[in-house]
Design a protein around this ligand. Structure first.
Ligand code: GDP
Ligand code: MG
Length: 438
């Protein structure tokens, strides 16, 4: 999808303005690319229609190239479909009278149990007292799995290994939750390999018994078009309140997200980005839009960079980053830019390949430290981190009033950034995508 769309954008770059003929051509390519990404054809049709209407009316801004305008129209339209700008991302509807009951639904292997744990972890971070309920009684291993997760998270798990009645377990668990003053109850349920009547009946009865505040449909993003049909079926008998899209760490481009949202009309709330408990994020329509476009949040990044930095600076930096990697002077400059733009993490998230790496927020104190370390380096050392042997590191630490560990950390950070730049360059298939002038 990425290559295809880039082809379209490249062609547009040469045009001075968007006109009827080049828009039609570009739209054709976008349509094909979306269909190939497994987006439902009806969704594609509506989408193309609205992009066309917008693109035809749009004047090309003086400072931007036509490809950027077109990308932005496509991007904005995707955001609109995926939830709109004011989308209430990652929110759980909490009942004013606890416990809030959340029920998970979905096919076997979609990631219900894992997501139950992840969601519990997230809510625990918000100081909620959570109960996990092992509602998948058909496989003993499923109970073990949830109990292991519970132990790992330090979260209470309700299970009943002797029971053959999932509905009763849910009801009993709710009673237990009230007695133990839980804020939130997350009910993991059984999934089958395909939708079947029996499973549906059981989950509908569970729903009726515990009256959940949220029914979260868990869908595996890797299954593409199939996920859409399943989501539709589940939603028809269950009325889900939201969707969790798992396995977004794989090759899934997000076509499923677009389709599921359109077909069910339910909000996408979270995405799973790995097997580990922390690999779970609120769903952001704009990030997903960019992912579908196959270029991370580069568009947003460029926009923000342009807003807060003098253009020359941003261009230099991007070009240099892509061509030669970073040195400490760049790092200093970059941190200054980042301070202007917002947190480091929020910037990192927007760059493809970097979105899973957390470097924490930069506060003033940390920044001063980094500044002190870099200022204690010689010109040579700033340009070439490789010459920083242990003697030099000791001197720098002393000079900056920090420790060798601090210096080491900064060196590692620079190496890490360069490594990521390289990966990103590979992903983007060239260096020009980083350049705000594109
Ligand atoms: P369930 O049958 O719906 O309960 O699915 P599980 O929670 O047991 O997950 C099935 C498999 O998918 C397990 O191996 C999980 O580790 C894996 N899994 C779940 N969510 C994610 C995710 O977001 N990313 C990746 N890579 N794997 C996931
Ligand atoms: Mg399970």
């Amino acid at each position: 999808l990425n290559d295809k769309l880039n082809g379209v954008f490249k062609r547009l770059k040469k045009q001075v303005r968007l006109d009827e003929s080049n828009i039609t051509e570009a739209l054709k390519m976008v349509r094909m690319a979306l269909l190939e990404a497994d987006v439902n054809y009806k969704v594609v049709k509506n989408f193309i229609g609205s992009v066309q209407a917008k693109a035809m009316g749009e004047e090309v801004l003086k400072s931007l190239t036509p490809d950027q305008v077109f990308i932005k129209i496509v991007h904005d339209e995707l955001v609109e479909i995926l939830g709109g700008k004011d989308y209430d991302e990652g929110k759980i509807r909490l009942n004013s009278q606890p416990p809030t009951v959340i029920m998970m639904a979905g096919l076997q292997g979609s990631g219900k149990t894992t997501s139950s744990g992840k969601l519990a972890g997230l809510l625990m971070k918000q100081k909620r007292n959570v109960l996990l309920v092992a509602g998948d009684i058909y496989r003993p291993a499923a109970i073990d799995q949830l109990e292991t997760l519970g132990k790992q998270l330090g979260c209470d798990v309700y299970s009943d290994r002797d029971s053959r009645d999932a509905v009763k377990i849910a009801k009993d668990a709710l009673e237990y939750a009230k007695k133990t003053a839980k804020d939130v109850v997350i009910i993991d349920t059984a999934g089958r390999l395909h939708i079947d009547e029996e499973l549906m009946a059981e989950i509908v009865r569970t729903k009726e018994a515990v009256n959940p505040d949220e029914i979260l449909f868990v869908a595996d993003a890797m299954t593409g078009q199939d996920a859409v049909n399943v989501a539709k079926a589940f939603n028809e008998s269950l009325e889900a309140t939201g969707i969790i899209l798992t396995k977004m760490d794989g090759d899934a481009r997000g076509g499923a997200a677009l389709s599921i949202k359109e077909v069910t009309g339910k909000p996408l709330k979270f995405i799973g980005t790995g097997e580990k408990m922390g690999e779970f994020e609120a769903f952001y329509p704009d990030r997903m839009a960019s992912r579908i476009l196959g270029m991370g949040d580069i568009v947003t990044l460029v926009e923000r960079a342009q807003e807060s930095i003098e253009d020359g600076d941003a261009e230099d930096m991007a070009e240099k980053m892509a061509k030669h990697g970073l040195d400490f002077d760049d790092m200093l400059k970059q941190f200054k830019m980042i301070k202007k733009m917002g947190s480091l993490e929020s910037i990192m998230r927007m760059i493809p390949g970097l979105n899973n790496i957390s470097m924490g927020d930069m506060d003033e104190k940390q920044f001063k430290k980094i500044e002190a370390i870099i200022f204690s380096m010689t010109r040579q050392e700033r340009k070439n981190a490789k010459i920083l042997n242990s003697g030099r590191r000791k001197r720098i630490a002393r000079g900056s009033g920090t420790s060798v560990a601090d210096v080491n950390r900064l060196v590692n950070q620079l190496n890490q950034m360069n490594k990521m730049m390289k990966q990103m360059k590979k992903k983007l298939g060239g260096s020009n995508k980083l350049n705000p002038a594109m």
